[in-house]
Design a protein around this ligand. Structure first.
Ligand SMILES: *[C@@H]1O[C@H](CO)[C@@H](O)[C@H](O)[C@H]1NC(C)=O
Length: 380
């Protein structure tokens, strides 16, 4: 709890007011005095919790919450404030508060609408915003196109982000769809205009269309801010990295992004292996009938592996190593089953890259489930 100066004086003054020495005072001025005391109470508008993990709000006075159009979802600031939650329910809108949740028309039921695009703009609420983070909460699911497998957009739905950071779609995370609950996505907010936008095209493919997405503004100096170019960011000693729509059982096509891991102090590298699950298959990233002797022309994941040190300038170059096929292994190339444990390397970015062939490319991502990989940071 962080409160500013005036509030810390409130309990002391109340105590003084409660002593018999003040009993001689008339009721009216005393009430006035109490009233004016409470008027100077201010809260830092910090994130607070409404009890459930997916229920995040901002700490405010009840007056502030009402005038900002929020709803009470709990208490904060030791009961002096209320936890004010913001949501937009419906197709499109403007986000003006941190941690606003955007939900489809009719949520928690799926929307019955199809064939339209719902656009949400994220106002730049602060000058110190560098990135935006979207958390896909229960339940976020949008149907893929029926054909080709792994295609978002087209007749399928799609979720696409943008900002003043760039006009080039390639500067942003890939377009995603499918079952996204539990996953998240970061993108750069740029320094001008809105801090970002999210366009959700509902498509026409049959299937439930539902979304419940928490929008967070990431300050430039936030420990939650990943390095540029990281679409997912994991901060634990251990964790599980899954491809988008892994729960939906279909790898998505045309992707090129990185999953980054925040390096903990005293940890120099990380090891990564297939998650210990049998169903769905934790590593299913290229078609068996397309597997040749290298991963370059197939959908694959990238892990840091070898390092070249230039003696003259001491420059360190990390060469990522590709893994593809039906098994994730310690050796580059298809189908090496031994779980990979990476050597300790200096200055290695803790990242797992993903590159997938476009769905349109015959056999590109047909019938592939994607991956679920467990990482563990390794002490120096
Ligand atoms: C928005 O909320 C997140 C927590 O969900 C917090 O880390 C971040 O600092 C907040 N952003 C701003 C601009 O206050």
């Amino acid at each position: 709890m962080k409160l500013n100066g005036p509030l810390t004086f409130v309990p002391i003054l109340l105590l003084v007011l409660g002593t018999s020495a003040l009993k001689l005072e008339e009721e009216e001025p005393r009430q006035k005095r109490l009233f004016s005391l409470f008027n100077v109470v201010r809260f830092r508008n910090e994130p607070c919790s409404g009890g459930r993990l997916d229920n995040i709000g901002t700490c405010m006075s009840s007056t502030e919450c009402v005038s900002a159009g929020g709803n009470t979802i709990g208490n904060c600031a030791a009961g002096f404030g209320i936890c004010c939650g913001f949501s937009i329910v419906g197709c499109g809108g403007t986000v003006t508060q941190n941690c606003t949740v955007i939900r489809n028309e009719g949520f928690p039921s799926p929307t019955t609408e199809t064939d339209k695009t719902c656009t949400y703009n994220f106002n730049r609420i602060d000058s110190n915003i560098c990135q935006m983070r979207l958390d896909f909460q229960p339940t976020t699911t949008l149907p893929l196109a029926t054909l080709p497998d792994g295609q978002c957009g087209d007749t399928g739905a799609e979720l696409r982000v943008g900002s003043g950071f760039s006009n080039n779609a390639a500067a942003f995370p890939p377009v995603i769809c499918g079952q996204l609950t539990g996953q998240h996505l970061y993108f750069e907010s740029g320094s001008t205009g809105n801090a970002g936008s999210l366009a959700i095209s509902l498509g026409t493919t049959p299937g439930p269309r539902q979304y419940n997405i928490k929008v967070s503004y990431i300050p430039c100096d936030s420990p939650l801010r990943p390095p540029s170019g990281c679409t997912q960011y994991f901060t634990g000693l251990t964790g599980t990295v899954t491809s988008y729509n892994f729960a939906g059982g279909q790898f998505l096509g045309g992707h090129n992004y990185n999953n980054c891991i925040r390096q903990l102090e005293g940890f120099c590298s990380f090891s990564v292996a297939e998650s210990a699950i049998v169903t769905p298959d934790p590593f299913d990233v290229s078609n068996a009938n397309m597997i040749q002797d290298n991963c370059m022309k197939l959908s694959h994941v990238l892990i840091p592996s070898s390092v070249m040190i230039h003696d003259n300038d001491r420059m360190v170059i990390v060469i990522p190593s590709m893994r593809c096929g039906q098994n994730f292994g310690s050796v580059s190339g298809p189908d090496q089953r031994v779980p990979s444990s990476l050597p300790s390397l200096p200055n290695v970015p803790f990242a797992i890259g993903v590159r997938t062939l476009p769905a349109m490319l015959v056999g590109g991502v047909t019938g592939l489930g994607g991956f679920s990989l467990d990482y563990t940071q390794v002490p120096c």
